[in-house]
Design a protein around this ligand. Sequence first.
Ligand code: FAD
Length: 352
Amino acid sequence: MIDYIIVGAGLSGASFAYRLEKAGKSFLVFDDGSQEASKVAGGFMNPVILKRFTLAWKADSQLEKAYSFYSDMEEYLGKQFLSPLQVYRRFSSVEEQNNWFAAADKPRLAPFLDTKLVSQVNAHVLGKFGFGRVLKTSRIDPRYLLETYAAHLQEKGMLKNELFEYDYLEVSSEEVSYKNITAKKVIFCEGFGLQKNPFFNYLPLRGNKGEYIIIKAPGLDLEVGVKSSVFIFPAGGDHYAVGATYSNTDKSPQPTEEARQELVEKLKDLIDVDFEVVDQVAGLRPSTIDRRPLVGRHPEYSNLYTCNGFGSRGILIAPSVSEELLEYIEEDKNLDPEIDISRFTKKWYKRS
Ligand SMILES: Cc1cc2nc3c(=O)[nH]c(=O)nc-3n(C[C@H](O)[C@H](O)[C@H](O)COP(=O)(O)OP(=O)(O)OC[C@H]3O[C@@H](n4cnc5c(N)ncnc54)[C@H](O)[C@@H]3O)c2cc1C
């Protein structure tokens, strides 16, 4: 009998697995590669919502935790995923500049918004109203992190690269059994894949598709990230990632021509050098109706849990929420009611 089965090795499942590993628990992770959100994520550790100059939900405290969590993982696995990345917001009007200053006056935002505006970040990045720098930003390379951690688990025989088939799960009050495995608990971390999970698909997970293009722009020579109507950041050599799109209607996993065109058009308004699109990626963000994660114990099956609903902020949320969930299960601590799925318990009993 093992302690845990984890379904999904995206940011949610990998963070929880890492916490279990550190806590000396036994576990087995299943991942079939059906969802890509974590791997295609930009990877920004940025607490500010750059559209409105507001602080993302609990982002200041999450930022500290995330930084130490990923640094710890780097040290443990002997690889580097974390790197500093300066991020600038391009202003499109004087009014936006004023909004930036107004935001920078707020005590919780002040540490993150530089009040010294700059007129240029690079000779080929256009911006007649200047740029504001977001402070304390960095980036993790999510694909590299997840692939490195998956290889580590694989080596220890703790990862199965296969579909978890819900029909084979048998749940009793003491344990669960799945094919030839028995475990004390299952943690479901399938991202948007949760919609296929008969135990948890009563939860209001929406799914929001995001796409990035990768461009080759030899003349650009940009070393920072810049956010305007799109975000552009260096992706190695003369390559840059440009994104992301947001769609609540298209739930297909494939990249689309429409998104490519949208990103190319927006990019032409941001840089004045020639570029070529060399790649495109897509993923479904597990977004929720109330913009809060979906975490906790199943209303009826006490050994089934979920850790999901990270929306567009998984990089910062995963380290904090995985810790909260582990303490909830192992130490009987309370879950923050804002993330606790008990807020949707009625939906389980009302399902048809
Ligand atoms: C284009 C884009 C850019 C983004 N940029 C950022 C960013 O810069 N910063 C940020 O914080 N967030 C960003 N996000 C959001 C972030 O990616 C998500 O919040 C996060 O990845 C969600 O992680 P997850 O582990 O819950 O889900 P997922 O990443 O979807 O992982 C779920 C995993 O479960 C597996 N799975 C599902 N069902 C099964 C099954 N039945 N059996 C076995 N395995 C299964 C899947 O294969 C997958 O590996 C971005 C998202 C997109 C799409």
